[in-house]
Design a protein around this ligand. Structure first.
Ligand SMILES: C[S@@+](CC[C@H](N)C(=O)[O-])C[C@H]1O[C@@H](n2cnc3c(N)ncnc32)[C@H](O)[C@@H]1O
Length: 278
């Protein structure tokens, strides 16, 4: 009982702190014209694709051999990894940007989905850039070992045979997004989860989006309600989108909701959400 009350107090304080620091950021213009339309996003259809399921069954043993972790700290959970694989298969992006490489949990699933598309459609070469503010592949620091991963993200990409189209970029997201000359079809924002950061990253990412492109957020808690039994919320991504909406931008988030498979804590709920043009 005391633990539950304490938990709620901590969550409320976190939300207030985030709201206050978000208010300090001056309004940023946000051009949403390139974003995907809502009617292209039929989540149920995307996740029930039989072709994607077949490809997943073929790729999954490879992925779990190099990345056996069920719930490695900081990496996205197994259900979300699979959902991203299905999303990439459905959207067939030619160019992908990920912000927040960390231990490469999402990176290798995006790469494997692109690899499967490459085999199936003999598609032109993909571009997949993944950005983190620390050097995720540093052989001296071996940061991944602290998270029980067996290999660095770059090593895993090499083992998947995807090193020909995946690049690791060691830079702060804002700097990268500001200077980048590449345009992307799919951008996954999973770096800083602070509301003020996500609020700055979304308009910058939109500038780099090809027409009809997609931006995927992680840790989106609709209406700031807990998604799992642990009662926790990460308020940043929701607060950032809520502010962009309140400022009259034609943008909204579509939470992926219940997946057909388990995510974490015995639940099938995902915190992934796709941004779309209203
Ligand atoms: C939640 S982890 C990403 C998890 C990763 N997608 C995975 O599945 O393994 C967040 C990562 O974003 C990075 N990050 C946080 N703020 C950043 C920023 N402003 N620019 C670049 N990277 C950032 C952190 O260093 C951390 O590695």
């Amino acid at each position: 009982m005391i633990k539950a009350v304490m938990g709620r107090v901590i969550q409320t304080r976190k939300r207030i702190k985030e709201t206050v620091s978000l208010r300090r950021v001056p309004a940023i213009p946000c051009d949403c014209h390139a974003l995907i339309d809502r009617n292209r996003l039929d989540i149920e259809n995307i996740l029930s694709s039989e072709t994607a399921r077949q490809m997943w069954l073929a790729d999954e043993p490879d992925l779990s051999r190099i990345f056996p972790g069920i719930n490695m700290k900081g990496g996205i959970n197994p259900g979300d990894r699979r959902a991203i694989y299905f999303l990439i298969r459905y959207l067939r992006p030619g160019s992908v940007l990920e912000v927040g490489t960390h231990i490469g949990s999402s990176t290798i699933h995006i790469a494997a989905a692109l690899r499967s598309l490459k085999h199936e459609f003999q598609a032109p070469p993909f571009v997949f850039n993944t950005v983190d503010r620390y050097d995720v592949n540093d052989e001296l620091a071996r940061h991944w070992v602290r998270f029980d991963a067996r290999f660095s993200p770059a090593k895993m990409i090499e083992k998947l045979g995807c090193d020909g189209f995946v690049s690791f970029i060691n830079q702060d997201s804002f700097r990268y997004l500001e200077q980048c000359q590449t345009k992307y079809d799919f951008i996954f924002l999973d770096g800083s989860h602070a509301a003020a950061s996500v609020y700055r990253e979304i308009p910058a990412a939109l500038q780099l989006l090809n027409n009809g492109g997609c931006i995927l957020l992680h840790d989106y808690f609709p209406d700031l309600k807990p998604l799992w039994s642990n009662g926790k919320i990460i308020p940043g991504p929701y607060l950032a989108v809520a502010r962009l909406r309140a400022e009259g931008n034609d943008i909204d988030a579509l939470p992926m909701g219940q997946l057909p498979w388990e995510t974490k804590l015995g639940s099938k709920v995902s915190s992934l959400a796709l941004l779309y043009k209203k």
